[in-house]
Design a protein. Structure first.
Length: 73
């Protein structure tokens, strides 16, 4: 019984961690760039007109997350 109760609790912690991780991007410059470019593309009815590639995988993820937020996806 104790193990069955512990497993969902652990999963909930992981989900909370993912939410916190997404929030961390808000101060990231590449995330903010992605938001701006996503908003601009949305305003001009374009679909990801600028394909950006960053050396760091984390920067790429931040940009894409920002772009999706800015574009309204």
């Amino acid at each position: 019984m104790v193990q069955a109760v512990g497993a969902p609790f652990f999963q909930d912690q992981g989900q909370d961690h993912d939410k916190d991780h997404a929030t961390d991007y808000s101060k990231n410059k590449t995330y903010q760039q992605g938001v701006r470019e996503g908003q601009d593309d949305h305003a001009h009815n374009r679909d990801h007109s600028k394909k950006r590639h960053f050396k760091k995988d984390e920067d790429q993820k931040a940009y894409e997350a920002g772009y999706q937020k800015g574009h309204g996806n």
